[in-house]
Design a protein around this ligand. Sequence first.
Ligand SMILES: Cc1ncc(COP(=O)(O)O)c(C=O)c1O
Length: 397
Amino acid sequence: MNDAAKPLSATTPPLGAAIRGEFLLDPDFLTVNHGSFGATPRAVLMAQDQWRRKLEEQPTRFMRKVWPGAIRGAAAKLASFVGAKGEDLAFVENATVGCNAVLRSLSLQSGDEILALDHGYAAVRNAARHMAERAGGKLVEAAIPYPHPDAKSIVASVARALTKKTRVLILDHITSPSALLLPVEELIALCRGAGVPVLVDGAHGPGHVTLDLDALGADWYTGNCHKWLSAPKGCAFLWARKDRQEELHPVTISHGLGKGFAAEFDWTGTRDPGAFLAVDAAIDFHEKFGGAALRRRNAALARAGAELMAKRLGTETGADASMQVAMWLVRLPLNGSTNQERVLRLRDRLIDEFRTDAPLHALSGAIWLRLSAQAYNELDDYARLAEIAAKLSGRSN
Ligand SMILES: Cc1ncc(COP(=O)(O)O)c(C=O)c1O
């Protein structure tokens, strides 16, 4: 049994290919892109379905008598998993919604600036640009040096971009195109010193890295549970520091307006409760396979997979192990254009021709592949991916 397939302790099950049957994943497709949309285990889907059935047995009774306690119970369990208190955390459908709620709650004035990083998630930067420009302000983007960035140069880049007009910094915990674990603690300290609040976009945080939100010092943190925690799609949260809760409102204003943070977010109109309430089963699944030890194992596996690929392709990884966790970037051995059309064409070939998928991004004049490692992966997956990447790049030796 290879190392990545071994159980992490005497009481946890084996990992890798041995547990693929826990998921609905197509066995004829090489799944090495957990980062984009996660993959939800059968046990968690079953829990989601049970909540739906419970609702449908008697909808009004469920909404009046079960939902208020159930949603707060799920919030308390998730909060304890991310180092927070249940009363400071509310469910939202996804990190995009979480970021939009914070951005829409800001009282921006003409000339104000929202600061983000150039590797920030494009959809969230769109939202920030929209809110800033609507108020007569603008979005400013601090550049991340790439490849081989270091924490110091990222902090310096943000420090240079902060101005007296900066009203908020949006900071990805782990960036989407480059999979960088950003130095969030240092950046939050920098912004605190400058009186600038920080929204952490932790779309990739929960279940990927260990979180301690009460200690982190951010003003707001939004995290997806449907990615690395393998909760059903549409399960995410927004955490807000106590002093930020009064001014914060959901994107959809409903019955809870004026009744406090949890009441406002817990009811934003009729929704399917299954995804939020199944977070309980997702946390149990994650813990059953090792919890923190699983997160460390996934990081080590992603690193080994990326190093194996870079060696096979004769290229390099995008950053070192201090800045990448369970997603790593590997440069493809391609010359020529890095335009979007070519990148999309290559990605389509991965899916249609090679029956696998991985995000491809053009960064600093090269095309990079982002791999992910989750409980169901093992090292052989990346050996296969390396051969595919070599063929895709037109080099098979
Ligand atoms: C940094 C970041 N923010 C936000 C998102 C959006 O997540 P969702 O589609 O669940 O809102 C992603 C998705 O990959 C992301 O990587």
